[in-house]
Design a binder for this molecule. Structure first.
Ligand code: GH3
Ligand code: MG
Ligand code: MG
Ligand code: MG
Length: 312
């Protein structure tokens, strides 16, 4: 048991060493009404390599954290304005529930169990007493680093398709939905669906491994711009936010030629393949499902009129 504790301790020491290096740095936001407190806390974190931004205004801090996805830790005093520390905590928790890791720590000079419980119930991950000691603060940052690193990895695993590294269907649709919110009702947005032609033949003739390699090559070729996802076996989606359908048509035509020029290795002779493309545009009062459905209808038309073509 004691041996175990020693090992844990040594591990902690190693972690401590690592945390001093730039590779372990985190983007941290600190909110407090006192510039002195901000200076003291930032002064403990910056020498560790962390990138620190300080705010006396909690609303400004929330806006910054909302629009700055690199922020991984938010440390807020409970006594801040105009949003209280608990409100800030809660709002920050809502951001973090989407798809980014954010570790929230509340700070108060009055450490009582009521404060602590309220902070945790408002979505805080941790609570520190003001002013924190350097050793304690660094240990808490290491805890934040462990948790957010694991969260990032889990988010990555949940969002990406392992064969191609592209967004999977669910993450793709979520990303497109977010983009649609930004584009609004009257803005431009366009979509492309891509499906490999006669792909079953490639699998049948050369085997599943070569089929997989073909999917990987096609995905590398078509993942040029926009939001790109693997929607099914050998079917991909590309969405161009803020871009008219003519841009999507031009991109699809270029990608069609690039795929045609591809040579897949893995068999005795290089394999050639083609893709069909369906293009659609975002229109007033649309849903992303409707936009993608129209691209799917266009894709079907490309298939039935001879494949290796772009239809809109
Ligand atoms: P079409 O031109 O009409 O699209 O013909 P197709 O043969 O491509 O037809 P379809 O799109 O229906 O067939 C897709 C095939 O892709 C069926 C499935 O066996 C294969 N497939 C799906 N996922 C994978 C995968 O991850 N790896 C490999 N090697 N094959 C896959
Ligand atoms: Mg098909
Ligand atoms: Mg196909
Ligand atoms: Mg298909």
């Amino acid at each position: 048991r004691l041996g175990n504790m020693l090992i844990c301790r040594r591990h902690a020491d190693e972690q401590h060493e690592i945390s001093g290096r730039a590779t372990k740095d985190m983007h941290i936001v600190i909110v407090d009404t006192s510039r002195v407190v901000l200076k003291v806390v930032a002064g403990m974190l910056e020498p560790q390599g962390h990138n620190v931004d300080v705010f006396t205004d909690s609303q400004a801090a929330l806006d910054f954290v909302t629009y700055t996805p690199t922020v991984r830790v938010l440390i807020t005093s409970l006594e801040v304005r105009p949003l209280s520390g608990l409100e800030l905590c809660w709002s920050a928790r809502l951001i973090a529930e989407t798809n980014r890791p954010l570790y929230v720590i509340t700070m108060s000079s009055a450490r009582n169990s009521r404060n602590l419980a309220e902070a945790l119930d408002s979505g805080a991950d941790d609570f520190i007493e003001k002013p924190p000691g350097a050793e304690e603060l660094h240990a808490r940052m290491r805890a934040a680093d462990r948790l957010t690193t694991m969260q990032s990895e889990l988010i990555r695993l949940a969002e990406t398709d392992p064969l191609t590294g592209l967004l999977n269907r669910r993450a793709f649709l979520q990303r497109v939905r977010d983009a649609a919110d930004r584009v609004g009702n009257h803005g431009d947005m366009s979509a492309i669906l891509v499906d490999i032609d006669h792909f079953k033949r490639i699998n049948d003739e050369y085997g599943h491994d070569v089929g997989d390699a073909a999917i990987q090559s096609v995905c590398k070729t078509i993942a040029e711009e926009g939001i790109v996802g693997r929607l099914g076996g050998e079917e991909f989606g590309i969405v161009l936010p803020h871009r008219p359908v003519t841009d999507a048509e031009a991109l699809a035509s270029r990608l069609r030629r690039l795929v045609e020029a591809l040579r897949i290795r893995g068999a005795r002779t290089p394999i050639r393949l083609t893709c069909s493309f369906g293009v659609s545009q975002w229109s007033d009062g649309d849903t992303i499902e409707a936009m993608i459905k129209r691209a799917d209808i266009a894709l079907y038309e490309a298939k039935t009129t001879g494949r290796n073509r772009v239809m809109s």
